[in-house]
Ligand binder design. Sequence first.
Ligand code: EPZ
Length: 463
Amino acid sequence: MPEKNEAKIINLEQAVEIKSSELDKIKVKGGNPLNGKIKISGAKNSALKLMCASLLTAKPIQIENMPVNLRDIKTLAILLRHLGVTLAMREDGVCILRAGNIKSTCAPYDLVRKMRASVLVLGPLLSRFGYAKVSLPGGCAIGSRPVDAHIKGLEAMGADISIEEGYIIANAPNGLKGCTYKSPVVSVGATENIMMAATLAKGTTILENAAQEPEISDLGNMLIKMGAKIEGLGTNTIKITGVPVLSGATHSVLPDRIEAGTWAIAAIMTDGNVELENIKKDTLGSLEEKLIEAGAEIEKSDNSIKVRRKTKNIKAVDITTMPHPGFPTDLQAQFMSMMTLADGTSTTKETIFENRFMHVPELNRMGANISVSGNTATIQGTKSLKGAEVMATDLRASVALVLAGMMAEGETIINRIYHLERGYEQIVKKLGACGIDIEKVNIANQKEDNNNASKNKDSCINL
Ligand code: EPZ
């Protein structure tokens, strides 16, 4: 199938090994509004799980609208290939995967440590093959992020699980059995891992306190196309009735609501006017009302959303992050960046991750006035930000600094941009085409930065 297509196949190993991207910086000169059209990519956080779901069947899975230029997607592709999945990723956004000849059910530390979402191979491997050994992903820049709810759920389905030398070792030689499982936390990953595992279990699984993120429904919808029996997607109770085998399917990744939200915030911040294309009317979710409160005018049509500011100043708006349908933690940093320039004082409460304020000191270095107490940041709006050299710490914190740079007087240099490449496709190209003065600076040959990058190498992993 892939051989016949004209679109170029991406060389994964080469793409992920680009050393320079760990050293590169982004330079933004502030002052230009974001004006124009931006085509929103497929959602990274859905695409990764759809790829893992290919392990549930021996038949081909064709995934379209894939954000193939993202580092995380390439990292997972390499892990799946290691397991024996035949995989072709094309530049036209089509990825064809076939797990017809799995040669290993072990996801090693070296591959899992590069990206936490790799733990999502656990449920599918265990359910289909009765055994899986997956490295524990460990903590990361935004929190400790345990996977206990994933493990407890699979144990409730009859798996025998132990942790040995940093690995989750899971056995279910006679297959998993349906059960009722109430997750101790609302977890996106645990919901997905258990839902995938339950598709091939004997009997019915009822997953209570399930997460309701649109990416979970996207995964569920692809599983249904593969022959799974799933009810209750998008609610906090998901019912899965196991089937003996699943078949192949073709599925298109839903639009990235976090990317769309990021550029919508950018339009309001810069007093621009942007049309977000390739999305649905409800893509912005709960962000929409907060944007309107902040002063946005939003116009929706079937395939696009136009966003611009209608008030002279940005209004101060309080937010509290919550599981879906609440305000997404993945847009918290970007919204805070906008609030640094609001008229008045606002608060941002982060309830999902215990350490997701790493962008605060960097924004303050640019002239923002933010103080943090516990899980709440208080942002006193200021008239202007000043360009500075700043450090990206995780994906969303990084893009929040890009947004601040778009508004700052002078030049902002953002270091460690490999974080951005994990989740924002062609960011320089997309923003540059809409009038933002932005460029990627390759400094791969500078010795000093080389040293810094190797020192900090491990902080780029594991989101
Ligand atoms: C997903 O992470 C996303 N990642 C994250 O996006 C996102 O921030 C997060 O969901 C919340 O929306 C992917 O989809 C690849 P969780 P996930 O399990 O599934 C605790 C981004 O920027 N918890 O819903 O790992 C956990 O520590 C990233 O794109 C347990 O205690 O998140 C956290 O506090 C970052 N035990 C909370 O639940 C568990 O077993 C929610 O985590 C599992 C989670």
